[in-house]
Design a protein around this ligand. Structure first.
Ligand code: ATP
Length: 384
């Protein structure tokens, strides 16, 4: 847990970097601090590990007033990841990762075993990468080592300052995904600084949107995008916030349509007759358990045999609970008018562009009215 109580930081030249800041990051929560350059994000973060001292106010880490904790001891309990990873160039990746455990006086073998475990966790094979030197890694790999090193002593709190800033957008998205998977497993209390609203929305359980030295809104990504608290926040999250919402809105079973269905063992002729009567042009093919087998065009059924003989593999599918953005991406990738949605292998229905739009509207409305998404009646969705 990290708690700020009326914290102000004024630099000697009179700049007020942070002004009367109060907020709390719960245990196991990931809060992103986002805002334009110079708004005080880094100052906020560096006050938590006492690299910067506040002018007034108090900061608590796990209910302890950090002003009373020796800064060096404090820092060993707080993982710190920065953009310019800051690996020691003359030490191997394994030794870099073992830095903090070594400082804490762990035996060398234990520190190295822990480092190997952490490299594995961030997706770097310790046998391959452990003996290398930082210059022998890609930017993305160095970034991963930075994360592994910050986690090595298993600190309850993690501070991350633009941790994925120095890599290209594709690697960046990969690192974000990996980090989210890892965070789901280790559940650290994380404060992450970024100037990128996209990243803030993707990673944060909650987001603090900074204006000049102040938090303008502190809420879930859905609420910040759906109901910006001030015109400033609305401007910062951007006119395309409907698009950004695609990343934070999950596909729910209620969003789906039921397409024409044929069974894998059904004789093709019979399926053609039945589906012809429904004026279907294609059908989803399911097996006896309701698992997805593929799809078939109605005209193709004239060839005879069973439906299964004629079915095509279905590549355009996403798991239920995936963000709408993923479904949209699949639609574009396969130039498909719909994507199948699966729960494991079980077929739940298809998402069409119209349904995707409805789901998006519903999620915006729900957050604007402060109710959970599932509680909004379907017919209240407007086309505004
Ligand atoms: N040592 C210092 N002396 C005077 N002013 C400072 C000092 N460090 C930072 N500032 C000022 O305090 C304000 C907040 O800086 P801070 O680095 O916290 O911003 P930031 O939001 O992290 O920006 P960026 O995204 O560019 O890193 C800025 O106006 C900056 O110029």
């Amino acid at each position: 847990m990290i708690r700020f109580e009326q914290v102000t930081k004024r630099y000697p030249d009179g700049t007020t970097a942070v002004d009367d800041l109060s907020f709390e990051v719960s245990e196991g929560e990931l809060v992103t601090l986002v805002g334009p350059s110079g708004c005080g994000k880094t100052t906020t973060m560096m006050m938590v590990n006492r690299l910067i001292e506040p002018t007034s106010g108090r900061i608590f880490v796990n209910d302890e007033d950090i002003a009373r904790v020796d800064p060096v001891r404090l820092r060993r309990r707080i993982g710190y990841v920065i953009q310019q990873v800051g690996l020691f160039p003359h030490r191997t990746v394994l030794d870099n990762t073992a830095t903090v455990p070594s400082l804490l006086g762990w035996k060398r073998a234990r520190a190295r075993a822990r480092a190997a475990e952490l490299l594995d966790l961030v997706g770097l094979d310790p046998k391959t990468y452990g003996p290398r030197y930082p210059e022998q890694l890609s930017g993305g790999q160095r970034q991963r080592v930075g994360v592994a090193r910050a986690l090595a002593a298993d600190p309850p709190v993690l501070l991350m300052d633009e941790p994925f800033g120095a890599v290209d957008p594709v690697v960046r998205e990969q690192l974000q995904d990996e980090f989210l998977r890892m965070q789901a497993a280790v559940r650290k209390t994380v404060l992450l600084v970024t100037h990128d609203i996209e990243e803030a929305v993707r990673l944060g359980d909650r987001i603090a949107v900074y204006g000049q030295g102040r938090i303008e809104q502190f809420d879930t990504p859905g609420a910040v995008l759906g109901a910006p608290a001030t015109p400033y926040v609305a401007g910062f999250v951007g006119a395309d916030r409907g698009l950004k919402r695609l990343s934070v809105t999950e596909i729910e079973p209620d969003d789906l349509e039921q397409p024409p269905v044929a069974r894998v063992h059904e004789p093709a002729g019979r399926a053609a007759e039945r589906l012809g009567a429904e004026r279907a042009r294609w059908a989803v093919v399911l097996d006896a358990q309701g698992d997805l087998h593929g799809w078939v065009g109605i005209d193709e059924l004239a060839a005879g045999g069973t439906v299964g003989d004629l079915a095509h593999r279905m590549t355009a599918w996403v798991p239920v609970g995936a963000p709408l953005k993923q479904a949209f991406g699949v639609m574009l990738q396969y130039d498909a008018g719909w994507v199948a949605v699966l729960d494991g292998a079980r077929f739940l229905g298809v998402l069409t562009p119209a349904k995707l739009h409805e789901a998006l509207r519903r999620s915006v409305d729900a957050d604007a009215r402060g109710v959970a998404r599932g509680q909004v009646p379907f017919d209240s969705v407007s086309d505004a």
